[in-house]
Design a protein around this ligand. Structure first.
Ligand code: NAP
Ligand code: G4F
Length: 327
């Protein structure tokens, strides 16, 4: 039975990846931080097969202990401070967790694996946010990185550190450059879930307005359930590499709003949506659109869920939550 250790298991991708690996017969270990983290109960309820280990990306020795306890064949580093807007308010913490945390995991694996560096395969959750002020459209694995947020800068550090450990020590370390991916489990601070939750609540008469920042920003949005399959496929390759994972389509925040409100029967969404300067960013990433040909050709991966199906799935889940008085 293969064994996997996942950091960030309490997050959106942690759920979908655990479920995928459990369905493939893996023994799955999840690193959870903090004392009595309330998310542990939800994890035990939703993914009863997962074995929980405590540790923090800021603490190399805790990662080393987790490696010794789980003896993994594969490590997926999904843990991060992942909310871009928050990264300007907590620059140093974001750099430590989202950037240096990657080094801590790589170094812990190197120390743990000793003279057999390839023994533990490593996945780094890199991000299209690294392209920032995009230098080429669409973005590929070789597009110049130009991050526009402290989060993006930290992810660039983690990306290059992953490549450096692969080149320096022969580690099987891959970096997945994933474009935005969403699901009904997306945190409500991210724009997609903020919109779908508001649409459901407004339709039910529980909310009056939705306040948003830049409606013109464009993203390449896919479904998280599809994207974790690409992570796993990367670690099944004989040779580690870096891959863009995207739908190769771009849509504006406004298009997302239109579709979400239309799904709950509201065509005049302009009556409910207002721009609020609090949600504008010091530096914006205006346009993201990926070219995932390499993942398609080498991993045999392509996304199944379309933009419209994704919006509808998220709206329907929030309508059900509102109906059940969960939101
Ligand atoms: P998420 O839902 O925000 O989950 C982040 C996870 O990181 C949570 O489990 C969180 O734990 C954990 N974490 C935070 N600080 C930590 C620390 N100091 N030590 C250990 N764990 C810590 O993120 P996601 O959407 O699943 O994304 C997964 C990864 O992919 C992240 O690295 C993200 O930056 C990256 N990524 C995401 C996207 C996307 O569109 N979703 C795109 C590209 C890359 P708590 O629950 O305890 O806070
Ligand atoms: O949903 P967002 O906060 O996601 P963002 O910044 O693109 O980051 C997400 O995707 C990255 C991959 O490219 C990940 F690495 C990262 O961890 C995260 O998962 O914002 C999307 C867009 C932005 O342009 C933002 O300015 O929506 C715009 N937006 C407009 N109004 C808003 C709002 N974003 C948020 N969160 N809240 C608003 O009210």
């Amino acid at each position: 039975m293969p064994r996997a250790l996942i950091t960030g298991i309490t997050g959106q991708d942690g759920f979908y990846l655990s479920r995928l690996l459990l369905s493939k017969g893996y023994e799955v270990f999840g690193l959870v931080r903090g004392q009595n983290n309330p998310k542990i109960a939800a994890l035990e309820r939703d993914l009863p097969g997962v074995r929980i280990l405590t540790g923090d990306l800021l603490d190399l020795s805790s990662i080393l202990r987790a490696l010794e306890a789980s003896a993994p064949d594969e490590v997926y580093n999904l843990g991060a401070i992942s909310f871009v807007a928050y990264s300007w308010e907590n620059v140093s913490l974001t750099s430590d967790v989202t950037g240096k945390g990657v080094l801590n995991v790589l170094e812990a694996i190197r120390l743990y694996a000793r003279d057999d560096a390839e023994r533990v395969r490593f996945y780094q959750a890199s991000s299209s946010e690294m392209f920032g002020k995009v230098q080429r459209v669409p973005q590929t694995e070789s597009t110049l990185l130009w991050p526009r947020s402290p989060y993006g800068v930290a992810k660039v550090y983690g990306h290059y550190m992953t490549i450096n450990y692969r080149e320096s020590y022969g580690m099987h370390a891959s970096s997945g450059i994933l474009f935005n991916h969403e699901s009904p489990l997306r945190g409500p601070e991210f724009v997609t879930r903020k919109i779908t939750l508001a649409a459901a609540r407004i339709a039910a008469g529980k909310q009056d307005k939705l306040y948003l920042g830049n409606l013109d920003a464009r993203r390449d949005w896919g479904f998280a359930g599809d994207y974790v399959e690409a992570m796993w496929r990367m670690l099944q390759q004989d040779v580690a590499d870096d891959y863009v994972v995207s739908t190769n389509e771009t849509h504006s925040v406004q298009e997302f709003v239109e579709r979400a409100f239309g799904r709950v029967g509201i065509d005049d969404w302009q009556r409910y949506v207002e721009q609020d300067a609090r949600f504008l960013r010091p530096a914006e990433v205006d346009l993201l659109i990926g070219d995932s040909s390499k993942a398609h050709e080498r991993l045999g991966w392509k996304p199944a869920v379309t933009f419209n199906a994704l919006v509808d799935m998220m709206v329907d889940a929030d309508v059900a939550r509102v109906r059940n008085a969960e939101a």
